[in-house]
Design a protein around this ligand. Sequence first.
Ligand code: PGA
Length: 263
Amino acid sequence: MRVVILPNAEQASLFAAEQVKKQITRKPTSVLGLATGSTPLKLYKELIESQKRGEISFADASSFNLDEYLGLAPEHPQSYHRFMRENFFEHIDIDLNNTHIPQGLTDNPITSCEAYEAKILEKGGIDLQILGIGRNGHIGFNEPSSGLASRTRVKTLSPSTIDDNARFFGPDETQPTLSLTMGIGTILDSKKLVLLAYGDGKADAIKDTVEGPLSASCPASALQMHKDALVIIDESAASKLEHQEFYLHVERENQKLLKTLGL
Ligand code: PGA
């Protein structure tokens, strides 16, 4: 696992954007795994700006989102379909037919989840998956106790996730308590993982992810099993890491090596 600690969320988002830009430049037909939440917003803004500057294009790319609320229509203001359209897809040149998000309104969630897995395979798998992390260590909506080999399925949201997301729902809106989410096994199949976390509210989850035991109690700790996992965090999210100095040292060495190799 490569741990990159940057002074603030702004710089961390720019660093994350560089990873996506490199990916899409190297392989214009990249399959991107995307996330919702407040964390990737600055990353999306930077990618939108970069496309406007003509540095990159998503015209040949496709995408798969991690999750969606079960029961919410794509037009619902709190749906992740709407979030992705408003915060990213409407502002870039991606073909909407090549964007995929689990269907919140479905007669049969089980077959719908199986079809989602099949579609990812049909596209050749995800090249680079963006991840946020919950205060409880969840990735996607894989809450603590999720199977480390799980696939796309229906998951019940934990009380802490429901509390964290309550701020987005008005007093008259019913907040969903179920979701459709890629499984941890689905996420681990991505060729590259890029997890972002900002703020001291995420410090415990990051400590458990990077330095804790591999455990379903912290679903993000499954990244320890991945051969190409990059964790990009600000100093606040890094504040509880015991080996902070070592990660900073390793990254300085990485940068020297990448420069030597011209990468
Ligand atoms: P956040 O959510 O980016 O809004 O903090 C992350 C998550 O719950 O995965």
